[in-house]
Each structure stands twice: as C-alpha cells, then as structure tokens.
Design a protein around this ligand. Structure first.
Ligand code: COA
Length: 252
C-alpha cells in the first residue's frame, strides 16, 4: 500500500484519501497502484457499497507526478490500471474536492457519480500546455458533459474552471463552504450506502457506457505515451521544475 494513500473501510463505505501534501498531492506510480488495487477489490467485495475519494490539505491533487512523467521508460501499467478501474467501476464513486484539481484530478471526476466542490475548488486540465493529450476517457466524457467549446478551452488553453462555473456546467452536484466539505460528502455516502445495492449498481451500468469509455482510454493511452516521449513534453516538464514558462517557439 502506498504511504500517500489512506484507506478506510467503515460500514459499507470505502474511503480513499490522497495524502501527499508537500507535493500538492501529485499522484505517483505507487499511489496509482494502491488506488487501482482498492477500486478493483471494491468491485468484488460485497461489503463495500460506496467508494469515496478525498484529499488532505489545501489541494485535491496537482495531477500526475511530473517527475515520473519526465522519467524515460517509466511504466504506465498502474496509472492505466487505475484509469480502467475508474471506467469499469459499477459501485457509486463519490469525490469531495477542495483547492486545485489538476489533470487526472479533474478527469477522474468525470467517472464519479456525485461530486461536491468546496468554494475554493478549481478544475484545470493543462494537457496541451504540457505537450500531452487528454486522458481517462476525458476526450470523450468532457465534451459530452459540457460541450465541445468549453472542453476545448479547458484542454487546449488550460483554462481553469472555478467552482461556480463547474457547478453551472454540470461537473459537480453542489458547492459548499470548505468546512462543510467532509460532512456533506459523508452524508451523501451514507444515503447511498443505505439504498438497495443491486438496483444502484444496475442503474449506474445503464447510465455509463463502460465499453466505449475503456476503448477511448486505450486510444488516448497510446497517444499519451507517444506524447510523453516528445520534445514538446520534455520542454514542458523541464520548464515546470525550472519554474519558468515553456518555450515551444522552436518546435516544428
Ligand atoms: N508533480 C510533481 N511535483 C509537483 C507537482 C506535480 N504535478 N505539482 C506540484 N509539485 C511539487 C513542486 O515541484 C513543489 O516541490 P518542491 O517543494 O520540492 O519544489 C511542491 O510540489 C509545491 O509546488 P508549488 O508549485 O510550489 O505549489 P503551488 O501551491 O505554488 O502551486 C500547483 C500548486 C498545483 C498550481 C502547481 O504546483 C502546479 O501547477 N503543479 C503542476 C500541475 C500539473 O501540471 N500537473 C500535471 C497535469 S497532467
């Protein structure tokens, strides 16, 4: 189990908490492995009826660990396993988001069935800025949810979307003051956990086209791996760690 993911099973609710505050909760390979294992196990554990994703600290997550993005030959097995587990999940998946949710921090929300945002939440998907392409099925799910124009501005321009806008666009169920985030999502989790689990599961399966989404994730993953090795992405990763703006002017 990764040291930066806390797992708690209380009653019928499995809570997974991202806890790597010194790196703004950036997700590394070991964390993806733990998250993937937990989601896969939840599917077959009859005791678990609801899965809740939380994060410690001021930011939900800064997205994928850029140091690992920048490591040549790093294995994508666990992140891909996590993405597929998100798309295949048949039990209710809930998230509570405070502060910044970058990259996968936003795209994973598209797989959640109930999302509560704190007042300071901001969703950001700067894939093109990093020389990358969207992942987690988001190239299909985000335009479907909010329309092409808005999704394109988020992906291509990396335009941040603050909580009120995210709520208005249907990316979240409600916005609450930061202090009420935990109790609000816990109350929803308990309500869902008390419902008939088979009906809940069947309803989610009807609402989500898992086969189509997993196929899109496979397509995205191939392109994403190509992009990770590109000169554009290498420049973007170097710029991040050198705390400067990337320079794409010389790239073909
Ligand atoms: N991967 C690896 N390390 C990261 C990281 C990431 N995605 N995001 C932040 N960190 C690290 C920083 O390198 C820094 O480490 P250091 O203290 O050892 O130098 C530490 O976390 C704090 O980051 P900092 O940028 O100083 O925090 P901030 O509060 O000023 O800004 C963010 C927070 C999230 C806005 C900013 O860190 C950021 O933009 N991160 C990158 C987001 C991103 O592009 N993710 C990939 C999406 S696909």
């Amino acid at each position: 189990m990764a040291e930066h993911i806390r797992t708690d099973k209380t009653g019928h609710i499995l809570t997974l908490t991202i806890s790597r505050e010194q790196k703004r909760n950036a997700l590394n390979d070991a964390m993806y492995a733990t998250l993937a294992d937990a989601l896969e196990a939840a599917e077959t554990d009859p005791d678990i009826r609801v899965v809740l994703l939380l994060a410690d600290g001021e930011s939900f997550t800064a997205g994928n660990d850029i140091a690992e993005f920048a490591t040549p030959g790093a294995s994508p097995v666990n992140v891909f396993r996590f993405l597929q587990a998100l798309a295949r999940a048949t039990k209710p998946l809930l998230a509570a988001v405070q502060g910044k949710a970058v990259g996968i921090g936003t795209t994973l929300l598209l797989h959640c069935d109930y999302v509560v945002l704190a007042e300071d939440a901001v969703l950001i998907t700067p894939f093109v800025n990093l020389g990358l392409v969207p992942e987690a099925g988001s190239s299909l799910l985000l335009p479907a949810r909010i329309g092409h124009a808005r999704a394109y501005a988020m992906f291509a321009l990396g335009e941040p979307v603050a909580a009120p806008q995210a709520f208005a666009w249907g990316l979240a169920n409600k916005i609450v003051p930061n202090a009420e985030l935990g109790p609000t999502i816990a109350a929803v989790a308990h309500r869902l956990a008390a419902l008939p689990p088979d009906a809940l599961r069947a309803t989610k399966q009807l609402m989500r086209q898992a086969a189509r989404i997993t196929a899109q994730i496979d397509t995205e993953n191939k392109l994403f791996l190509e992009r990770l090795a590109s000169a554009e992405a290498r420049e973007a990763f170097s710029a991040f760690f050198e705390r400067r703006a990337p320079d794409f002017s010389k790239k073909a």
